[in-house]
Structures are given as structure tokens and as C-alpha cells.
Ligand binder design. Structure first.
Ligand code: PNS
Length: 163
């Protein structure tokens, strides 16, 4: 398989579902660049720097994984890094419509970039960063779904927001 792949996302914050995809991609590619979208329009809870730092900590045991951030079009970022494969996780059919649309559009924008879909491991198929944030806001337990240090950062961030 090719030497490099790109795993893009918002990662606000990283979950065990994301980590599963990055870990599995790292077994198939020599280098995996996890790219955090700088998306102020989406008003993420964590800054780009905070999301990058959490990803670095969560993937520190994986060889060949680099954490980066980007703005603008994903295919332009891929081209600037000389990467031809985008890896995305698919949780359920509900993801499929949107992911297929993006993959087709990205391929139209740059025919040299392919999207590979990886089926999410079943135990994470219902997991999302949005649900994690909602559960935390209402005092629920997310320890099964994110690394413990991420749960800690969420707790600090949400309590700071209430001050
Ligand atoms: O984790 P997410 O929010 O599902 O990730 C979505 C992401 C970052 C992959 C997507 O929004 C993206 O690629 N944004 C960059 C802008 C872009 O290229 N848009 C055109 C997509 S066809």
C-alpha cells in the first residue's frame, strides 16, 4: 500500500472511535498524518492547539503517526503534503450519504486523491464527539469512550465555561 495517508477531522475532542481508525490506518500505511481542521465557523469547544495536543498525547504509542492542522480545502492540504489517500471511518449508513458526497466531491476537485473508508469497530459505532460533550455537560460518565486525560480536559473546559 502507499506510504502515506491522511486522517482528517474536527476531533473536538478525540474519542476512542477516532483512535481506533488512526491505529488501524497506521498498520496499513507507513505514515499517517492526522489533520485537525481549523474551523472557527463551527465554534469548536477546544482550540486547534488543544485538539492537536490531545491527539499527540493519545497517539504517542503509535509509530509513524504525525499530528498536524490545516485550513482550507482538504484536497489542497493533501496535495501540499504529497498524500494521495484520505482515510475516513464509517460508523453506520447514516454516515454514508455525507461521506460519499464528500469523497465524490474531493475526487472531482482533485482526481489524484482517493478516499478509503474503514468500518468503525462495532463498539464505537454510536460514538461521536458531540454526544460526548452533551453527556459531560449533563454530568454523565464518558470514561468508556475517551482516554482519561481527555475526560479530564473536558471537565476542566466545561467547568471553566460555567464560571
Ligand atoms: O470530523 P468531521 O467534522 O467529520 O471532519 C470533516 C472534515 C474536516 C473531513 C471536512 O469538513 C473537511 O474536509 N473540511 C475541509 C474543507 C473541505 O475540503 N471541504 C470540501 C469537502 S468536499
Amino acid at each position: 500500500m502507499g506510504p502515506s495517508a491522511l486522517c482528517p477531522g474536527t476531533f473536538d475532542p478525540i474519542t476512542n472511535g477516532h483512535l481506533d481508525i488512526v491505529r488501524r490506518a497506521s498498520r496499513c500505511f507507513e505514515e499517517v498524518v492526522v489533520a485537525v481542521l481549523e474551523n472557527p465557523g463551527k465554534a469548536p469547544l477546544f482550540s486547534t492547539e488543544e485538539r492537536v495536543a490531545m491527539l499527540k498525547e493519545a497517539t504517542s504509542d503509535l509509530d509513524g503517526v504525525e499530528i498536524a492542522s490545516f485550513s482550507g480545502l482538504l484536497v489542497d492540504y493533501a496535495a501540499s503534503r504529497g498524500i494521495k489517500v484520505i482515510v475516513k471511518g464509517l460508523r453506520a449508513v447514516t454516515d454514508f450519504d455525507y461521506e460519499l458526497q464528500m469523497a465524490q466531491m474531493n475526487r472531482t476537485l482533485n482526481g489524484g486523491v482517493e478516499t478509503f473508508f474503514v468500518p468503525t469497530s462495532p463498539q464505537w459505532s454510536y460514538l461521536s464527539s458531540s454526544l460526548i460533550k452533551e453527556i459531560m455537560r449533563f454530568g454523565g460518565d464518558v470514561s468508556e469512550f475517551v482516554p482519561s486525560f481527555v475526560r479530564q480536559r473536558l471537565s476542566e473546559k466545561l467547568s471553566a465555561g460555567r464560571e
